[in-house]
Design a binder for this molecule. Structure first.
Ligand SMILES: Nc1ncnc2c1ncn2[C@@H]1O[C@H](COP(=O)(O)OP(=O)(O)OP(=O)(O)O)[C@@H](O)[C@H]1O
Length: 232
């Protein structure tokens, strides 16, 4: 369940955005990817999922080189991904959103759906609602529940609390903490805020202008010299 990225370069056309990024996200640990707006955090997750092609570098998951696999093959290997902006099918109900994913998942099991709903109990009451009518926070919970239905071994979350009302942020953070501590799921979390990272992370990595400038265990985040690299 360990994910290793080595020497990753990614570009949008001629504009290179990631430069030789190395990342080690061990099994069972929660790794925070941090850094200010536009430093390349989302691009890193997209490249790990194969949504964007890498120009150079390797991505290894559980010892297998997955660099050339298609996104759905990476999902089958056990990577779950919740992109920024919590994409759901707005015209479908919450129940249908979950069902569609369950049916598309190899060996998808009803029990996985029940477990996902146990993690976000508020979604149960919303099952008949169209996803497009949910609040941003509820849609984020639905997007996370959908990713969990595929029973990932590592979950990649792109700023799950961005732009979400504080009461639901707490629920989402609790769900992330439970997935990590109770279910032992490995998590790669994009998180801009230091306080949240200090609460949740086992280890961290800070990007600046597309390069890894710091990485280490959570304790190393208590370092004032990092502040200029983060949003405050
Ligand atoms: N589709 C695209 N085409 C061209 N450039 C892009 C594209 N998407 C992102 N970029 C650029 O790549 C850089 C990194 O963007 P990215 O979204 O990965 O950063 P980020 O750290 O996730 O920032 P944010 O927190 O704002 O999402 C930025 O300069 C951005 O403008």
């Amino acid at each position: 369940m360990t994910l290793d990225v080595s020497g990753l370069d990614v570009a949008y056309g001629r504009a290179q955005v990631l430069f030789g990024v190395d990342l080690h996200a061990p099994a069972g640990e929660l790794t925070c990817v941090m850094g200010r707006n536009g430093v390349g955090k989302s691009t890193l997750l997209k490249a790990i999922m194969g949504v964007l092609p890498a120009r150079a570098g390797t991505i290894t998951f559980e010892g297998e080189d997955i660099s050339t696999l298609k996104t759905h093959q990476r999902v089958r290997r056990g990577l779950g991904y919740v992109p920024q902006g919590h994409e759901t099918f707005p015209q479908l109900t919450v129940a249908e959103n979950l069902q569609v994913t369950l049916e598309a998942a190899p060996g998808g099991q009803r029990s996985a759906l029940d477990e996902a709903l146990d993690l976000f109990p508020a979604l149960r009451a919303l099952l008949p609602r169209r996803a497009g009518f949910l609040s941003g926070g509820q849609q984020q919970q639905l997007a996370m529940a959908r990713a969990l239905v595929t029973r990932p071994r590592m979950l990649l979350l792109d700023e799950p609390t961005e732009g979400i009302q504080p009461s639901i942020i707490v629920e989402i953070e609790e769900a992330i903490a439970r997935l990590h501590t109770e279910a032992g799921l490995a998590i790669l979390l994009i998180e801009q805020y230091l306080e949240t990272a200090l609460r949740l992370a086992d280890r961290f990595l800070i990007l600046d202008a597309g390069e890894v400038v710091r990485a280490g265990p959570r304790a190393a985040l208590h370092d004032d010299s990092l502040h200029h690299l983060l949003s405050v």
